[in-house]
Design a protein around this ligand. Structure first.
Ligand code: UD1
Length: 344
């Protein structure tokens, strides 16, 4: 065993894929999740994929005492990957205090507990949302942080600052901040994937639900942007590739290879795709026709953003590998599997 890793939000979308990759690489995993946006049977599915059942504690990271009990019970946790957070941009505008409480207090609790239990470092789930609309594309890690468009985005910025300030104050911990672009797709087994609550807000779950007939039509939010085909451009990153970036980050941290106590990496492919290009790629990769229509712009959308992932490629030794076609097929396979299981 390489070490014991605490994964908060480990039954969630990115968390579950990361637990699989950690276990496949020989790490022992303890999952903490309050199941507010995931299901307990994800643990069974992780076991089915990897042959190893991760420890699971149904605990809310806001509950300091319960969280401390996890560190006591699972002695020897050497690092944390912190996914647990609320992530719906629109909801965060309606319920800012919920977002500030959930996303800030959870991190503060972890940072307070870490030195007491000799936890070496934390890998934090950040987002390209911190760049807003970048002036230069592809965007690099040293691009300026722009004022957040939503309370959700603001929690990512503030959390990055909380980590920076904590380390600066002399806390004996290390941190790696991973700024994800747009994670999509599912594990090739079809056993884990994204399980949106209610009507999906993100493009791919809405798209696959439309393709399978749960939704009538996909709306393309705007075709009058300053992009080649007028629709918004994003950097869509395969979720298994993204999960592997965390394994690289953990290894770098535990092997004392960090150049700075807090390091930041863009986790993207380096390739921007428009909404319309993505729809057409889905149709040709799966052979399924999509019913879609162009509608008005969605408030708060960034026009275009994609990563310069060179730093992650060179320093972290990680690179996105899966083609967009395979990624879209995995998302479709997951939607079909959900229907088989009678979930959606
Ligand atoms: C947003 C956040 C990101 C967050 C992610 C997960 C911003 C700038 N980005 O990403 O930080 O991690 O949500 O919640 O706040 N689209 C359609 N039709 C749809 C849905 C989406 O055309 O039905 C378009 C959007 O306009 C956008 C693209 O698809 O151009 C991707 O949208 P989405 O999947 O919601 O992700 P982001 O908004 O990029």
């Amino acid at each position: 065993m390489k070490g014991k890793i605490l994964v908060t939000g480990g039954t969630g979308y990115i968390g579950s894929h990361t637990v699989v990759e950690l276990q496949n690489s020989g790490y022992e995993v303890v999952i903490v999740d309050n199941l507010s946006n995931s299901r307990a049977d994800v643990v069974d599915n992780i076991e089915q994929i990897t042959g190893v059942r991760p420890a699971f504690e149904q605990v809310d990271c806001l509950d300091y005492a319960a969280l401390e009990e996890v560190f006591r019970k699972h002695e020897g946790i050497c690092a944390i990957i912190h996914f647990a957070a609320s992530k719906a941009v629109g909801e965060s505008v309606q319920k800012p205090l919920l977002y500030y409480r959930n996303n800030l207090v959870s991190l503060i609790n972890l940072l307070e507990l870490m030195p007491n239990y000799a936890v070496k470092g934390i890998v934090f789930s950040s987002s390209c949302t911190v760049y807003g609309q970048p002036d230069v594309l592809p965007v690099t890690e040293d691009a300026p942080i722009k004022k957040a468009e939503s309370p959700y985005g603001n929690t990512k910025q503030i959390n990055e600052e909380i980590i920076q300030d904590t380390v600066k104050s002399g806390s004996p911990i290390r941190a790696i901040l991973l700024r994800y672009f747009n994670p999509i797709g599912a594990h090739p087994s079809g056993l884990i994937g994204e399980l949106p609550n209610g009507v999906p807000m993100n493009l791919i779950p809405f798209l696959t639900q439309t393709a399978i007939g749960i939704r009538e039509k996909l709306s393309v939010f705007g075709d009058d942007y300053h992009t080649p085909d007028g629709s918004c451009i994003r950097d869509y990153i395969n979720v298994v590739d993204l999960a592997k970036a965390h394994v690289h980050a953990i290894a770098r941290m535990l092997e004392d290879k960090q150049d700075e106590k807090v390091e930041v990496f863009n986790i993207g492919t380096g390739r921007g795709l428009s909404v319309l290009e993505l729809i057409h790629a889905f149709e040709s990769a799966t052979g399924v026709k999509l019913n879609y229509q162009i509608t008005g712009r969605r408030a708060g959308d960034i026009e275009q953003v994609w990563a310069n992932p060179e730093k992650a490629n060179k320093v972290l030794g990680w690179k996105a590998e899966t083609s967009i076609e395979d990624t879209l097929r995995s998302a479709w396979n997951w939607q079909l599997k959900l229907r088989e299981r009678g979930i959606q």
